[in-house]
Design a protein around this ligand. Structure first.
Ligand code: GDP
Length: 473
């Protein structure tokens, strides 16, 4: 992905724009003490309509500029960050007009990273009327072209920002791809296998309605009584986070009790906002949704409405999904054997039907109370995590593309776009870009076909697969 750095003197609204662009997703923070100055550079994935890019919030550089004295002394960390940045959004405060420090920032950028292409935005423009044009003409003095008026606080001007960034980023992506495609496949394949993210700690969220046995499962996985278990619904009120090692890997596990309960209780828009506020819990990499076998029999369906909503939300948020059917011990004995068999057959099919957004969702049948199926749960969780971290080289994908193109009946029309190349731009979850000839987009059914083929051919079950479309004209 292209990288865009947000620059500007203090208080122009860098963080506000950053937060708006990443929609408050989790940000990485680098702390590098340097001559008693702590520089923080936050990094996240920005989302602006269909654009995705890395965005850096450069509070640390601001310190350099405002103190004047440190100008010209970039740390190796900053130099490193600058070297992998292609674009900058230089913010000025429209209410203050062009400030001498803005010019310093511009100068600093020219000096230290002349390869970075800056665009200028005038922030805080929500309440400014006439003086906008005036500030706009002042801003030309920066030498970075016409500025774009925005308001990071209110979201005003985000369309205009998109219009400016879109062609720049798209050109960059196409260029990089062209470069990459002409490179030797073998080297890129080797590079990819080097970064095995699946060794990183795994964040697992256990979700489910009250009393399905989440805490019991958690305890079974931990093999010790660390979480309170009881028959009263909602006993474990707040999310509990525990850490354990499984086969040499660190797993952070959160029990999200109280979450689905509330969604269930407060139906309608209120429940949606609760879910939004619980979004942080969705920071999990893998979501394990626990269902209760007894309830399934009573209710005659695998998943209640709220369970479906949560599962879909997890998938939309890009999390891997594993479904766990607990309390299978209740179905032991001769008189239940039919039911036992039926559940095992029906649940995976039903789960897949109500969550068509991802395919190959693993379903595990367990008894948390008896500690049965623990290993299977962890194997599926880790398997899904590895698939979620998958990286496929461009060479491999494009060889695959040639094959799948012939497997699918593409709509035979002049307007039907052709996929020129296909590349993975991101893992966790696997995200691909299909570069298309022509201006039109692929049909819904084409995307479904590609997603399913990727899942089948590269073993990507249980993980969302994203395909971004871009036209190369
Ligand atoms: P939570 O609200 O989802 O965390 O559910 P708990 O773990 O507190 O369990 C609720 C009740 O279900 C408790 O009485 C558990 O003993 C019981 N339970 C949990 N797992 C199982 C299981 O595998 N089989 C049976 N029969 N009961 C279970």
């Amino acid at each position: 992905l292209p990288t865009v750095m947000i620059l500007g003197r203090p208080n122009v609204g860098k963080s506000a724009l950053y937060n708006r662009l990443i929609r408050r997703r989790e940000a990485l923070v680098y702390n590098t003490p340097d001559d008693h100055v702590t520089r923080d550079i936050r990094e996240g994935i920005a989302k602006l309509a269909d654009l995705r890019f890395n965005v850096l919030d450069s509070a640390g550089i601001e310190t350099e500029v405002s103190s004047g004295t440190i100008l010209g002394r970039t740390t190796s960390m900053t130099a490193n960050v600058l070297a992998r940045t292609q674009f900058a959004v230089l913010i000025i405060d429209v209410r203050a007009g062009l400030h001498p420090l803005d010019l310093e920032v511009g100068k600093w950028l020219r000096k230290h990273a002349p390869q970075i292409k800056p665009i200028v935005v005038m922030n805080k423009s929500e309440s400014i009327g006439d003086s906008l044009a005036e500030v706009a003409s002042e801003a030309l003095a920066l030498g970075f072209g016409e500025p774009t008026a925005i308001s990071a606080e209110t979201g005003l001007g985000m369309n205009a920002l998109y219009e400016v960034l879109h062609p720049l980023l798209e050109d960059y992506m196409v260029q990089t791809l062209n470069d990459r495609c002409t490179q030797d496949d073998v080297t890129s394949e080797e590079n990819l296998s080097d970064e095995d993210d699946s060794k990183l700690p795994l964040q697992l969220a256990i979700v489910g309605r009250p009393n399905v046995g989440k805490s019991t499962l958690l305890n079974a996985l931990l093999e010790e009584e660390r979480v309170l278990v009881g028959p009263e619904a909602g006993l474990t009120r707040d999310a509990v986070r525990v850490q354990f090692e499984f086969q040499g890997r660190t797993v952070y596990m959160v029990d999200t009790a109280g979450w689905l309960e509330r969604t269930e209780r407060d139906k309608g828009p209120a429940s949606l906002s609760i879910m939004q506020s619980r979004k942080s819990l969705m920071r999990a990499h893998i979501v394990a949704l626990v269902l209760d076998a007894e309830e399934i029999i009573k209710g005659q369906r695998s998943m209640t409405h709220s369970e479906v909503v949560i599962a879909r939300r997890a998938v939309e948020e890009g999390r891997g999904l594993v479904v766990i059917v607990n309390k299978m011990d209740c179905l032991r004995g001769k008189k239940n054997s039919e039911m036992y068999k039926k559940i095992k057959e029906a649940v995976p099919i039903e789960v897949q039907t109500v969550i068509p957004q991802i395919t190959g969702i693993p379903v595990v049948f367990i008894s948390a109370l008896e500690g049965r199926g623990r290993l299977q749960v962890m194997n599926e969780v880790i398997g899904t995590y590895k698939r979620w971290c998958s990286r496929l080289s461009t060479g491999r994908l494009n060889r695959w593309l040639i094959k799948v193109m012939s497997r699918h009946s593409w709509k035979d029309s002049a307007s039907q776009p052709k996929i020129k190349f296909f590349t993975q731009v991101k893992a966790r979850p696997p995200t691909f870009v299909a570069f298309l000839t022509g201006k039109t987009q692929l049909l819904e059914s084409d995307i479904r076909f590609l997603t399913k083929s990727l899942k089948d051919d590269f073993d990507l079950g249980g993980t969302p697969i994203r395909i971004i479309q871009r036209s190369v004209l």
